[in-house]
Design a protein around this ligand. Structure first.
Ligand SMILES: C[S@@+](CC[C@H](N)C(=O)[O-])C[C@H]1O[C@@H](n2cnc3c(N)ncnc32)[C@H](O)[C@@H]1O
Length: 268
């Protein structure tokens, strides 16, 4: 990891990270403000927090990561999970001055294995959470989603790794894919149905349908918009997916998507 101007480690990011953060920022605004009258405790839970600063690999420009973006909104509590200790330490230094009396918990570990730490730190009565799932690929298992569904009232904003992973890997044939990858995909999708798509031409809608069907089984509704993150050649990297059990969240997500990152009003 390279160092940012504050001397702490930073992530190397592509230009599309700005678009991802644009949607996160707009959704945080609607969520944290729009729910404040009804819910005294509003948690932001970042399961793949990163170090808090990204450096654009082409321009060298620094930009705030998801935890710093969320801290600019009126959440009352924060939980930051990160598997890399260097990143978590840097995040702590960067975020503590921005808490302004609010509480933050910093958890080192695999997002799939930190249930007990999260339960200990999130008050379940009278609270609402926004969970940001921003893994590089297919790290978050469906059983972890199930656990959140069973324990918390939460909206999930999910990075769905289409071009960065699924599009490349699922079309592979039996002999090309390792057992580890097969297990990881089974865990990501929460079942083996994806295996019927092996050897076939990739299709983002089909992959998304499969994933969403699993989230629906857990009781979630899915927002109608899927902002697409693309690289400089306009190849799709990933989509953002919003899942919630609350109609209001779907409305927030629709409003979030009404203006795109270029300031254009989206056509519906
Ligand atoms: C895409 S980056 C996160 C970027 C951050 N959300 C942002 O927008 O600024 C993914 C992060 O997840 C961390 N990570 C990878 N596997 C993990 C796991 N199983 N559990 C928790 N964190 C993990 C990586 O170290 C990396 O910092």
């Amino acid at each position: 990891m390279q160092l940012a101007s504050d001397g702490l480690p930073a992530m190397d990011v592509g230009a599309w990270a700005e678009n991802k953060h644009y949607y996160l920022n707009r959704y945080c605004d609607m969520f944290a403000v729009g729910t404040s009258k009804k819910w005294p405790q509003r948690y932001y839970i970042d399961l793949f927090s990163g170090p808090g600063i990204g450096i654009n690999r082409e321009t060298g420009q620094e930009s705030p990561g998801s935890p710093l973006i969320a801290l600019a909104h009126p959440f009352t509590n924060f939980v930051f999970v990160e598997a890399n200790s260097e990143s978590l330490d840097a995040l702590k230094v960067r975020t503590e001055p921005l808490l302004n009396g609010r509480h933050a918990e910093y958890i080192l570990g695999d997002a799939n294995d930190v249930f007990s730490d999260i339960v200990r730190n999130v008050q379940q009565q009278g609270s609402l959470s926004l969970i940001f799932v921003d893994a590089y690929t297919i790290q978050l298992k469906m059983r972890t989603m199930q656990w959140f569904s069973d324990h918390f009232r939460t909206d999930l904003l999910i990075h769905f790794p289409y071009g960065t992973f699924l599009q490349r890997v699922i079309p592979q044939t039996q002999t090309e894919m390792t057992e580890t990858t097969i297990t990881e995909l089974n865990e990501f999708f929460g079942g083996t149905e994806w295996q019927e798509l092996r050897g076939r031409k990739p299709n983002p809608r089909v992959y998304l349908n499969l994933y969403e069907a699993k989230l629906r089984e857990l009781g979630y509704m899915i927002g109608d918009n899927y902002p697409r993150m693309a690289n400089i050649k306009n190849a799709t990297l990933y989509y953002l997916v919003l899942a919630s059990k609350n109609e209001l969240a779907l409305k927030f997500w629709k409003n979030t998507n009404e203006i795109d990152p270029d300031g254009q009003r989206a056509l519906f």
